[in-house]
Design a protein around this ligand. Structure first.
Ligand SMILES: NC(=O)c1ccc[n+]([C@@H]2O[C@H](COP(=O)([O-])OP(=O)(O)OC[C@H]3O[C@@H](n4cnc5c(N)ncnc54)[C@H](OP(=O)(O)O)[C@@H]3O)[C@@H](O)[C@H]2O)c1
Length: 253
């Protein structure tokens, strides 16, 4: 049974053969599930990591993607993306699924050092900005740019201020970009997620059937790519309840 059949709210399998989608952060807990579903749907997936080793590890359990070593904070980012454009043509989609908890651990906001603050904002905010600036020019006009984000964009997250405030900032950035590109394309989406059942969590023995399988996030993205999702014209979306599926309004509103 594939991810579409597992997902109660799915509108049925979609065929993405002939479509090329880049997943920035494919080695992450969410990115891996998204990559799996997009491959199942027949897309050509350009799966990125900063590490060739992590991509090789991912390929051992998930063959079929095109590995791309890329760092959104590196000066070579634009050149790497332009090479992808030359090799694969304009992209049908780019999924931005990056995150960094930083090395500081959980600590109160006012305990962050200048160095920790700079690292957190670079990793979680500047990286997203630089990725958008590099990726938008290589997307088709009717293509899709989608950021996966967390509920910390909307609610307090004591002990993890750097993650929460950059989540809020990138949510704002994505919505502004969507407004700026509304007439020209590509389509821009901000999808705020609840807790995800990731492989890393399951390996650590942390799991809950009430959480959202990472592959179900891929089902929603595949439906947005195919245009079969009823949320195709909603920039801001929330996917926090596994049974209800993606919604156009926040559960906290
Ligand atoms: N996990 C959850 O339960 C959950 C819940 C709600 C929302 N989300 C959201 O989902 C998104 C992904 O989260 P996750 O849990 O999958 O994170 P994760 O497991 O920590 O993965 C983060 C990914 O980001 C990539 N990355 C980090 N810095 C990068 C950079 N400078 N350039 C390129 N790639 C970079 C990493 O690639 P390499 O390290 O391989 O280079 C990795 O693939 C985040 O926006 C998060 O807020 C997650």
């Amino acid at each position: 049974m594939n991810a579409f059949e597992h997902t109660a709210w799915s509108h049925g399998p979609v065929d993405l053969s002939g479509r090329t989608v880049l997943v920035l952060g494919a080695t992450g807990g969410v990115g891996e599930g998204v990559t799996r579903t997009l491959l199942e749907a027949g897309a050509t997936v350009l799966a990125t990591s900063r590490s060739a080793e992590r991509l090789a590890d991912l390929a051992d359990r998930l063959p079929g993607f095109v590995p791309v070593v890329l760092d959104a904070l590196d000066s070579e980012l634009d050149a790497v993306v332009q090479r992808l454009r030359a090799q694969h043509g304009p992209l049908d989609g780019a999924i931005v699924s990056v995150a960094s908890w930083g090395g500081q651990g959980r600590k109160p906001l006012l305990s962050l050092t200048d160095t920790e603050w700079a690292a957190l904002t670079a990793a979680n905010q500047t990286a997203v900005f630089r990725a958008y600036r590099a990726l938008v020019p290589v997307l088709k006009r009717d293509g899709l740019l989608l950021q996966l984000n967390g509920m910390s964009a909307d609610i307090p997250f004591p002990g993890s201020a750097g993650v929460a405030l950059t989540a809020a900032a990138t949510k704002s950035m994505t919505r502004t970009l969507a407004a700026e590109l509304a007439l020209s394309g590509p389509r821009v989406y901000e999808v705020v997620l609840g807790v995800i059942r990731t492989r890393a969590r399951q390996l650590a023995g942390i799991d809950d059937p009430g959480w959202i399988p990472a592959e179900a996030v891929g089902v929603h993205i595949a439906e947005l790519l195919a245009g079969t999702s009823p949320l195709t014209s909603a920039v801001l979306q929330y996917f926090v309840n596994v049974d209800a599926g993606p919604q156009p309004t926040s559960p906290t509103s």
